[in-house]
Design a binder for this molecule. Structure first.
Ligand code: SAH
Ligand code: SF4
Length: 344
């Protein structure tokens, strides 16, 4: 049995190259064929020396993830259900916008954190994805839409900072011009606030963008919405985010899902303003996207307008409104929940 070449980390390729007296720059050549050109035939890696290519083809093969289904939204978003070797499935979403093409990727099969408003969280957790399974999502989407991918957001299924090393490995390869060439500043890692992960990320040389799902700046309320907040409380999170900013000099993006009667009171607004004003950040307001796994309702246009107007008056920095694309195909933020359905 030969091994699947796409599973080899750069460090493993490095070892193999060293043993064959080949230069490490060949890692990028191999990546160009695997990720840049989607080649499935090691013998066609034409810029590798013939002998080395033949040696590799004897020991390795290439096996890809597959598309299980594709659903097109009326607004241009496309949702992909992607199946891996062991039959686990995750969702990835293509979001075309003026001047950019974003892929929203999953980092885990399900999510262990069980935020009450999130479809993924309400359905449980199976496992972390490997770096190559994250890259496969972007590759499959790129090849399907036949356009260059300019942005990648880790906002699909799962908590990326609970799968730290695979996520960062994938982000690094995405960034390489021989593969996808997505700028590091255009790769967003969105977290529910996993403090050890944020601390590690601040020491990485790349300028990946950090987004933090806040959803409430009131500790007790945040704990109810996001149980992980008990472990990583708001005050400690604030300190860590300040340190992150000091080190990286990059603004943090806070995400706040607006859920009527849950986190839209006067007290919620004041807490949110105080919290975000203390940290160099931008705030992204996301109207709650309804789905069958929670009983919350979506805010009306008036409710969104009211909250947004108040925020814009009192928040020092930028406040944006994100109208998620793909709602009609259950492909918007927090609506991804396919894998359990497939088990039933
Ligand atoms: N686990 C990470 C990344 C995946 S969740 C995180 O929590 O940040 C991606 C985004 O979807 C988060 O910002 C989350 O707050 C948001 N989200 C979850 N459920 C949602 C819903 N029902 N409506 C709108 N946004 C939702
Ligand atoms: Fe997990 Fe993020 Fe969903 Fe929370 S919002 S359950 S952390 S995917």
């Amino acid at each position: 049995m030969t091994e699947n070449l796409i599973k080899l980390k750069p460090s493993e390729l490095y070892e193999i190259l060293a043993e064959s007296n080949e230069s490490p720059y060949r890692i990028r050549q191999i990546h160009k064929w695997i990720w840049g050109k989607s080649s499935n035939n090691i013998n066609s890696f034409s810029d590798l020396p013939k002998g080395f290519r033949e040696f590799m083809a004897k020991k390795y093969h290439i096996e890809r993830a597959e598309i299980s289904s594709v659903v097109h939204s009326v607004d241009g978003a496309i949702k992909f259900l992607i199946k891996f070797e062991n039959l686990d499935q995750v969702e990835a979403v293509f979001i075309p916008e003026e001047g950019r093409n974003t892929v929203c990727v999953s980092s885990q099969v399900g999510c262990p954190l069980k935020c009450t408003f999130c479809a993924t969280g309400s359905l449980g957790y199976r496992r972390n994805l490997g770096f190559f399974e994250i890259l496969e999502q972007v590759r499959i989407v790129r090849d399907y839409v036949k356009t260059r991918i300019t942005n990648v957001v880790f906002m699909g299924m799962g908590e990326p900072l609970l799968n730290y090393s695979e996520v960062v490995e994938a982000a690094r390869i995405l960034n390489d011009s021989s593969t996808f060439g997505v700028g590091s500043r255009k790769i967003t890692i969105s977290t529910s606030g996993i403090i050890p992960g944020i601390r590690k990320l601040e020491n990485e040389p790349e300028q990946f963008k950090l987004a933090v799902s806040l959803n409430s700046a009131v500790q007790g309320k945040r704990e109810k919405l996001m149980p992980v907040a008990k472990k990583f409380p708001l005050e400690e999170l604030k300190k860590v985010l300040m340190e992150y900013y000091e080190k990286k000099r990059r603004w943090i993006t806070f995400e706040y899902i607006l859920i009527p009667e849950v986190n839209d009171s006067h007290e919620d607004l004041e807490a949110l303003i105080d919290y975000t004003n203390a940290i160099p950040s931008k705030l992204n307001l996301i109207p709650y996207n309804p789905h069958p796994y929670a009983t919350f309702r979506a805010p009306t246009d008036q409710e969104i307008e009211y909250f947004l107007k108040k925020l814009r008056r009192y928040i020092k920095r930028a406040v944006t409104l994100r109208k998620s694309k793909g709602q009609d195909i259950q492909g918007a933020c927090g609506q991804l929940a396919y894998f359990v359905k497939s088990k039933e």
